[in-house]
Design a protein around this ligand. Structure first.
Ligand SMILES: *[C@@H]1O[C@H](CO)[C@@H](O)[C@H](O)[C@H]1NC(C)=O
Ligand SMILES: *[C@@H]1O[C@H](CO)[C@@H](O)[C@H](O)[C@H]1NC(C)=O
Length: 321
């Protein structure tokens, strides 16, 4: 295993690589989610008619720049999320292990406590560290959402004309303070919590079922299919709070009193399926993201391991697990 800093950098590079490839779909998703907000189906404008139409229209009018708006925020968000996952996962897990084994909390450094493996505890630790990361990264996601919904040609959503991520952050801070920066943090945490908690169980479930019902053996094909199944379920579970989040991020506190108000009024005026607006764009982002993160992580981890061994001379034995 490589060191923690090594895994942070390697995981971060992998996540940013995946984000770069799928960012266009994220832009389309956000515009689809905001389009026709609180309007009945009949009155709602349909500037963007779906994933491919959205990509085409944005590329045609705004070029690559339009599709990649907010990319730097997406990188910072990924690094924050990734850092929190790596930094909090182990401490949370060992503390929960100590509780489960009926041991003193101060025993969380014991090797028996560290070595204890329980799937529910691992999932809970993964979800909790993801939720903490989502909370920490929420201001970047907020600015990202506003940058991505800005369009000089076919605008949906309140148009915040920020020149850069930094410009966005400082404008929000000076107008609304810290409160403004953390707008929408609730649905952001729920969304990531939902996603992180179903990812592993569905992955293992899909893998078991595939092994039972097909002749696939342990290997890349099985991993790919299982992670695709897991990605679909993650998207189904994550999308409704994601839509609420995009809408909470678009407003500036004047439209909804909270996330549940947003959900209620969205469903009431636009129908139940409104929470699934932009679903296919989201799926188009999540599926390759999952697959790319997994396969790129393999590569970057290997490079990082080699770099640490040759350049820093850290032998494998000293690095711990
Ligand atoms: C956004 O701001 C830029 C520069 O500040 C300006 O040139 C442009 O016209 C603005 N666009 C819109 C749609 O407000
Ligand atoms: C975005 O938020 C503003 C309030 O800040 C609201 O007026 C608008 O309807 C919302 N939705 C869209 C699609 O602009």
């Amino acid at each position: 295993m490589s060191t923690t800093i090594g895994s942070f950098i390697a995981g971060g590079i992998a996540a940013c690589g995946a984000v770069t490839v799928t960012h266009s779909f994220e832009t389309v998703k956000i515009r689809l989610q905001l389009q026709g907000e609180l309007q009945t189906k009949r009155d709602a404008p349909k500037l963007y008619r779906g994933v491919l139409h959205g990509v085409r229209v944005i590329y045609h009018n705004e070029g690559m720049k339009g599709l990649l708006r907010g990319l730097s925020c997406a990188y910072i968000y990924q690094m924050t999320l990734n850092g929190c996952r790596l930094g909090f996962y182990d401490p949370i897990r060992t503390h929960l292990n100590a509780l489960a084994l009926n041991r003193d909390l101060s025993s969380s450094h014991d090797s028996a406590v560290k070595a204890y493996q329980s799937l529910p505890i691992n999932i809970a630790s993964g979800a909790t560290s993801g939720i903490l990361g989502a909370a920490a990264g929420s201001p970047f996601f907020l600015v990202k959402t506003r940058l991505q919904s800005f369009s000089p040609f076919l605008p949906v959503g309140t148009q915040h004309n920020y020149t850069t991520a930094w410009d966005g952050l400082s404008k929000i801070y000076s107008a609304e303070g810290v409160r403004g920066l953390y707008r929408g943090i609730g649905p952001a945490m729920i969304r990531t919590g939902f996603g992180s908690s179903v990812q592993l169980p569905t992955y293992f479930l899909a893998k078991r079922q595939l092994q039972k019902h097909t002749s696939l053996a342990e290997g890349p094909a099985l991993h790919l299919l299982s992670s695709a199944c897991s990605g679909i379920v993650v998207c189904i579970v994550m999308h409704p709070p994601d839509t609420v989040m995009s809408r909470m991020y678009n407003q500036t506190g004047n439209l909804y009193s909270g996330a549940f108000d947003c959900l209620y009024r969205t469903v009431k005026t636009e129908g139940l399926l409104a929470v699934y607006k932009g679903f296919f764009a989201h799926l188009a982002r999540i599926l390759p993201h999952t697959i790319l993160t997994l396969s790129l992580a393999e590569q970057t981890m290997r490079v990082m391991r080699r770099f640490e061994e040759s350049a820093l001379g850290i032998p494998d034995k000293l690095k711990g697990a």
